[in-house]
Design a protein around this ligand. Sequence first.
Ligand code: FES
Length: 155
Amino acid sequence: MSKSSNAVSRRNFLSSVLATSSGLVLGNLASSSPLNAAGILDEPHAGGNSLSINIEDYPELKEAGGYKVLKEVAIGDMTDSIIIVRKSDTDFLAYSSICRHKKCNVKYKKERDLFVCPCHGSTYDINGKVIKGPSQGDIPKYKTKLKNNTLEISN
Ligand code: FES
């Protein structure tokens, strides 16, 4: 074996050790707890087919009628933008916020209890069903479950 091929082998060895090490670090980060040192969820967290948020982190969700769009969050093995509506103290709704026409994010209109797309006016009822085009499809609903201040959203 020549000196140069020996050096290449050493370089390849070091590269694979570094790749393995960084994979372990990323793996540890991916499986780390979503709770901060105080035991509070500090950012949206995806795990399995669900996403959990601490509603205290979102002032928009403090009162009934408030809503929040979480843009491009991972939920299960997909990425979606999700609109969360607080209907009462304990009742939350969650839908994909992506309009089925040309993918703008819909807004919640509390006074009409509807979702309206600001781009071309598509309108969806509170069940996510399209009631006015140009959209031709409904916005998918997610399940929600509130436990203490943690809202779990799942598909
Ligand atoms: S993108 Fe929503 S109506 Fe066109």
